[in-house]
Design a protein around this ligand. Structure first.
Ligand SMILES: Nc1ncnc2c1ncn2[C@@H]1O[C@H](COP(=O)(O)OP(=O)(O)OP(=O)(O)O)[C@@H](O)[C@H]1O
Ligand SMILES: [Mg+2]
Length: 159
């Protein structure tokens, strides 16, 4: 599959939630997922779907004051989700202060607005770029970085 074909079309919010759910169900501790896209693209909606798929507690919101929030597994095992909104982060020092590399040993980390900062945390990560088309349909392009993601993409796309 060429990288150009790794695009999912998400017409409704429910489709974005479902896409996130499928991704979340496949996530493991140590996974880093970056969500890119303009204001209102649907990054938080996607993160909400991921949380549902992981079966973690707590409402996923666009945090105003909190930069990172930990969502623990609802029951028993499975990794926690650390949801980060890096919009207000000043730079590399501030992201280092969050100790996300420690989180990555036991949690999956999902970062909005993390490009240029968060990919330093793990060579291998999944970049999801969300685009809002003029007809309001969201297109999400999946960019795997590192070998393991390459192999996991077909499953995430349900193919
Ligand atoms: N197909 C769709 N997928 C996702 N969201 C959609 C879709 N269609 C409409 N929406 C609406 O678009 C908005 C997306 O908001 P969301 O907070 O997820 O964006 P965001 O990318 O996190 O923005 P921000 O950069 O401000 O954090 C929601 O109000 C949602 O209801
Ligand atoms: Mg958001």
């Amino acid at each position: 599959m060429s990288s150009a074909l790794r695009i999912a079309e998400l017409p409704q919010e429910a489709d974005t939630l479902e896409f996130g759910r499928r991704l979340g169900a496949a996530l493991r501790a140590g996974d880093l997922v970056l969500l890119d896209g303009p204001l209102g693209a649907g990054k938080t909606v996607l993160a909400r779907g991921i949380a549902a798929g992981m079966g973690v507690t707590g409402r996923v919101t666009s945090p105003t004051f909190v930069i990172a929030r930990v969502h623990r597994p609802d029951s028993g095992n499975g990794p926690a989700l650390v949801h980060v909104d890096a919009y207000r982060l000043g730079g590399l020092d501030e992201i280092d202060d969050l100790d996300l590399d420690t989180d990555l040993t036991e949690a999956a980390v999902v970062v909005e607005w993390g490009e240029g900062l968060a990919e330093r945390l793990a060579d291998s990560h999944l970049m999801l770029r969300i685009r809002r088309r003029p007809d309001d349909v969201r297109e999400v392009a999946l960019e795997p970085h590192g070998e393991s993601w390459d192999a996991r993409i077909p499953e995430l796309l349900g193919r």
